[in-house]
Design a protein around this ligand. Sequence first.
Ligand code: DC
Length: 210
Amino acid sequence: MTGRLVIAIDGHSAAGKGTLARRLAAHFRLPHLDTGLLYRAVGLGAEKSGRPAGEIAAALRPSDLADPDLRTDLAGQAASRVAALPEVRDNLLNFQKKFASQASGAVLDGRDIGTVICPDAPVKLFVTASSEARAERRYQELRERGVDTIKPRVLAEMAERDRRDSERAAAPLRAAPDAFLLDTSDMDADAAFAAALAFIERKGFRSSGP
Ligand code: DC
Protein backbone atom coordinates (compact mmCIF):
# COMPACT_ATOMS: atom_id res chain seq x y z
CA MET A 1 0.00 0.00 0.00
CA THR A 2 1.19 3.51 -0.70
CA GLY A 3 0.34 5.23 2.60
CA ARG A 4 -2.99 5.69 4.35
CA LEU A 5 -5.94 5.14 2.05
CA VAL A 6 -8.73 7.70 2.32
CA ILE A 7 -11.43 7.39 -0.34
CA ALA A 8 -13.55 10.53 -0.79
CA ILE A 9 -16.75 9.89 -2.75
CA ASP A 10 -19.08 12.67 -3.86
CA GLY A 11 -21.91 12.87 -6.32
CA HIS A 12 -25.60 13.31 -7.03
CA SER A 13 -28.34 11.53 -5.14
CA ALA A 14 -29.15 8.02 -6.40
CA ALA A 15 -26.02 7.95 -8.58
CA GLY A 16 -24.77 4.87 -6.72
CA LYS A 17 -22.31 6.46 -4.26
CA GLY A 18 -23.62 4.65 -1.20
CA THR A 19 -23.40 1.17 -2.70
CA LEU A 20 -19.98 1.93 -4.15
CA ALA A 21 -18.72 3.32 -0.82
CA ARG A 22 -19.88 0.25 1.10
CA ARG A 23 -18.28 -2.13 -1.39
CA LEU A 24 -14.96 -0.27 -1.44
CA ALA A 25 -14.94 -0.12 2.36
CA ALA A 26 -15.51 -3.89 2.56
CA HIS A 27 -12.86 -4.58 -0.09
CA PHE A 28 -10.17 -2.46 1.57
CA ARG A 29 -11.41 -3.21 5.13
CA LEU A 30 -11.86 0.45 5.93
CA PRO A 31 -14.42 2.15 8.19
CA HIS A 32 -17.15 3.92 6.20
CA LEU A 33 -19.12 7.07 6.99
CA ASP A 34 -22.24 7.95 5.01
CA THR A 35 -22.14 11.69 5.72
CA GLY A 36 -25.65 12.18 4.30
CA LEU A 37 -26.90 10.52 7.48
CA LEU A 38 -25.53 13.41 9.55
CA TYR A 39 -27.53 15.95 7.53
CA ARG A 40 -30.58 13.67 7.56
CA ALA A 41 -30.40 13.39 11.37
CA VAL A 42 -30.15 17.18 11.71
CA GLY A 43 -32.94 17.84 9.18
CA LEU A 44 -35.33 15.36 10.71
CA GLY A 45 -34.40 16.38 14.26
CA ALA A 46 -35.11 20.05 13.46
CA GLU A 47 -38.42 19.15 11.85
CA LYS A 48 -39.57 16.98 14.76
CA SER A 49 -38.40 19.22 17.61
CA GLY A 50 -38.67 22.71 16.09
CA ARG A 51 -35.22 23.50 17.55
CA PRO A 52 -32.64 25.38 15.44
CA ALA A 53 -30.77 23.06 13.06
CA GLY A 54 -27.37 24.48 14.06
CA GLU A 55 -28.03 23.55 17.70
CA ILE A 56 -29.03 20.01 16.75
CA ALA A 57 -25.88 19.65 14.62
CA ALA A 58 -23.71 20.76 17.56
CA ALA A 59 -25.26 18.15 19.86
CA LEU A 60 -25.38 15.25 17.37
CA ARG A 61 -24.18 11.86 18.70
CA PRO A 62 -23.19 8.80 16.63
CA SER A 63 -26.17 6.88 18.13
CA ASP A 64 -28.53 9.41 16.45
CA LEU A 65 -27.51 7.94 13.08
CA ALA A 66 -29.19 4.59 13.70
CA ASP A 67 -32.79 5.86 13.36
CA PRO A 68 -34.44 3.95 10.43
CA ASP A 69 -36.55 7.06 9.62
CA LEU A 70 -33.36 8.70 8.33
CA ARG A 71 -33.68 6.61 5.15
CA THR A 72 -37.00 8.17 4.12
CA ASP A 73 -37.37 10.73 1.33
CA LEU A 74 -38.82 13.18 3.87
CA ALA A 75 -35.53 13.03 5.77
CA GLY A 76 -33.60 13.47 2.49
CA GLN A 77 -35.51 16.64 1.62
CA ALA A 78 -35.13 18.01 5.17
CA ALA A 79 -31.40 17.19 5.02
CA SER A 80 -30.95 19.05 1.76
CA ARG A 81 -32.56 22.18 3.28
CA VAL A 82 -30.50 22.28 6.51
CA ALA A 83 -27.34 21.38 4.55
CA ALA A 84 -27.39 24.90 3.06
CA LEU A 85 -26.93 26.47 6.53
CA PRO A 86 -23.26 27.33 7.27
CA GLU A 87 -23.78 26.82 11.04
CA VAL A 88 -24.94 23.25 10.38
CA ARG A 89 -21.99 22.48 8.09
CA ASP A 90 -19.51 24.05 10.54
CA ASN A 91 -20.87 22.01 13.44
CA LEU A 92 -20.57 18.75 11.49
CA LEU A 93 -17.08 19.45 10.18
CA ASN A 94 -14.97 18.16 13.09
CA PHE A 95 -16.80 14.86 13.39
CA GLN A 96 -16.20 14.14 9.70
CA LYS A 97 -12.57 15.27 9.72
CA LYS A 98 -11.86 13.12 12.77
CA PHE A 99 -13.44 10.11 11.10
CA ALA A 100 -11.28 10.68 8.00
CA SER A 101 -8.08 10.98 10.04
CA GLN A 102 -8.26 7.52 11.65
CA ALA A 103 -4.96 5.63 11.38
CA SER A 104 -6.70 2.83 9.47
CA GLY A 105 -7.76 5.14 6.64
CA ALA A 106 -11.45 5.57 5.77
CA VAL A 107 -14.15 5.83 3.14
CA LEU A 108 -16.52 8.81 3.30
CA ASP A 109 -19.33 9.61 0.89
CA GLY A 110 -21.33 12.81 0.55
CA ARG A 111 -21.34 16.06 -1.40
CA ASP A 112 -18.24 17.96 -0.22
CA ILE A 113 -15.85 15.21 0.86
CA GLY A 114 -13.21 15.72 -1.84
CA THR A 115 -13.56 19.51 -1.79
CA VAL A 116 -13.96 20.46 1.90
CA ILE A 117 -13.71 17.51 4.32
CA CYS A 118 -10.74 15.64 2.80
CA PRO A 119 -9.13 17.89 0.17
CA ASP A 120 -5.91 15.86 0.55
CA ALA A 121 -7.48 12.41 0.11
CA PRO A 122 -5.32 10.31 -2.24
CA VAL A 123 -8.43 8.91 -3.92
CA LYS A 124 -11.42 11.05 -4.94
CA LEU A 125 -14.36 9.76 -6.92
CA PHE A 126 -17.23 11.82 -8.33
CA VAL A 127 -20.20 9.60 -9.11
CA THR A 128 -23.01 10.76 -11.33
CA ALA A 129 -25.64 9.46 -13.78
CA SER A 130 -28.31 10.98 -16.00
CA SER A 131 -31.38 12.37 -14.19
CA GLU A 132 -33.51 9.70 -15.87
CA ALA A 133 -31.29 6.82 -14.75
CA ARG A 134 -31.16 8.15 -11.18
CA ALA A 135 -34.90 8.77 -11.00
CA GLU A 136 -35.59 5.26 -12.32
CA ARG A 137 -33.35 3.76 -9.61
CA ARG A 138 -34.91 5.84 -6.86
CA TYR A 139 -38.40 4.97 -8.14
CA GLN A 140 -37.64 1.21 -8.06
CA GLU A 141 -36.09 1.55 -4.60
CA LEU A 142 -39.20 3.35 -3.28
CA ARG A 143 -41.51 0.76 -4.84
CA GLU A 144 -39.53 -2.05 -3.21
CA ARG A 145 -39.99 -0.30 0.13
CA GLY A 146 -43.74 -0.18 -0.54
CA VAL A 147 -43.88 3.60 -1.08
CA ASP A 148 -46.70 4.63 -3.42
CA THR A 149 -45.35 7.25 -5.85
CA ILE A 150 -45.14 8.11 -9.55
CA LYS A 151 -42.05 8.59 -11.67
CA PRO A 152 -42.64 12.26 -12.58
CA ARG A 153 -42.83 13.13 -8.89
CA VAL A 154 -39.58 11.27 -8.14
CA LEU A 155 -37.89 13.08 -11.04
CA ALA A 156 -39.18 16.50 -9.87
CA GLU A 157 -38.11 15.98 -6.25
CA MET A 158 -34.70 14.81 -7.37
CA ALA A 159 -34.26 17.85 -9.63
CA GLU A 160 -35.17 20.14 -6.72
CA ARG A 161 -32.66 18.44 -4.41
CA ASP A 162 -29.91 18.55 -7.09
CA ARG A 163 -30.53 22.23 -7.63
CA ARG A 164 -30.41 23.01 -3.90
CA ASP A 165 -27.26 20.92 -3.35
CA SER A 166 -25.45 22.44 -6.35
CA GLU A 167 -26.50 26.08 -6.05
CA ARG A 168 -26.07 26.70 -2.31
CA ALA A 169 -23.27 29.08 -1.31
CA ALA A 170 -21.88 26.85 1.50
CA ALA A 171 -19.86 23.90 0.13
CA PRO A 172 -21.95 23.28 -3.01
CA LEU A 173 -21.83 19.92 -4.75
CA ARG A 174 -18.77 20.06 -7.05
CA ALA A 175 -16.30 17.56 -8.40
CA ALA A 176 -12.81 18.18 -7.01
CA PRO A 177 -10.41 18.96 -9.89
CA ASP A 178 -8.49 15.74 -9.23
CA ALA A 179 -11.57 13.49 -8.87
CA PHE A 180 -12.12 10.45 -11.07
CA LEU A 181 -15.48 10.97 -12.82
CA LEU A 182 -17.68 7.91 -12.84
CA ASP A 183 -20.89 8.12 -14.89
CA THR A 184 -22.98 5.13 -13.86
CA SER A 185 -25.91 5.78 -16.27
CA ASP A 186 -25.14 2.57 -18.17
CA MET A 187 -23.41 0.64 -15.39
CA ASP A 188 -24.68 -1.75 -12.78
CA ALA A 189 -23.17 -1.83 -9.28
CA ASP A 190 -20.56 -4.45 -10.28
CA ALA A 191 -19.35 -2.40 -13.26
CA ALA A 192 -19.15 0.79 -11.14
CA PHE A 193 -17.17 -1.06 -8.48
CA ALA A 194 -14.78 -2.54 -11.08
CA ALA A 195 -14.16 0.89 -12.66
CA ALA A 196 -13.51 2.53 -9.27
CA LEU A 197 -11.26 -0.31 -8.14
CA ALA A 198 -9.19 -0.14 -11.34
CA PHE A 199 -8.66 3.60 -10.73
CA ILE A 200 -7.64 3.04 -7.09
CA GLU A 201 -5.26 0.22 -8.02
CA ARG A 202 -3.66 2.41 -10.69
CA LYS A 203 -2.81 4.76 -7.82
CA GLY A 204 -0.90 1.92 -6.17
CA PHE A 205 -3.40 0.86 -3.48
CA ARG A 206 -4.17 -2.85 -3.08
CA SER A 207 -6.34 -4.69 -0.60
CA SER A 208 -4.22 -6.34 2.07
CA GLY A 209 -6.78 -9.16 2.42
CA PRO A 210 -6.61 -12.71 1.01
O1 DC B 1 -26.67 11.44 0.33
P1 DC B 1 -27.97 11.76 0.99
O2 DC B 1 -29.14 11.66 0.06
O3 DC B 1 -28.20 10.94 2.23
O4 DC B 1 -27.86 13.29 1.48
C1 DC B 1 -28.95 13.98 1.99
C2 DC B 1 -28.72 15.49 1.81
O5 DC B 1 -27.67 15.92 2.70
C3 DC B 1 -28.30 15.91 0.42
O6 DC B 1 -29.38 16.32 -0.38
C4 DC B 1 -27.34 17.06 0.66
C5 DC B 1 -26.86 16.88 2.08
N1 DC B 1 -25.44 16.49 2.18
C6 DC B 1 -24.50 17.50 2.11
O7 DC B 1 -24.84 18.66 1.89
N2 DC B 1 -23.18 17.21 2.29
C7 DC B 1 -22.78 15.94 2.49
N3 DC B 1 -21.48 15.68 2.67
C8 DC B 1 -23.73 14.89 2.53
C9 DC B 1 -25.06 15.20 2.35
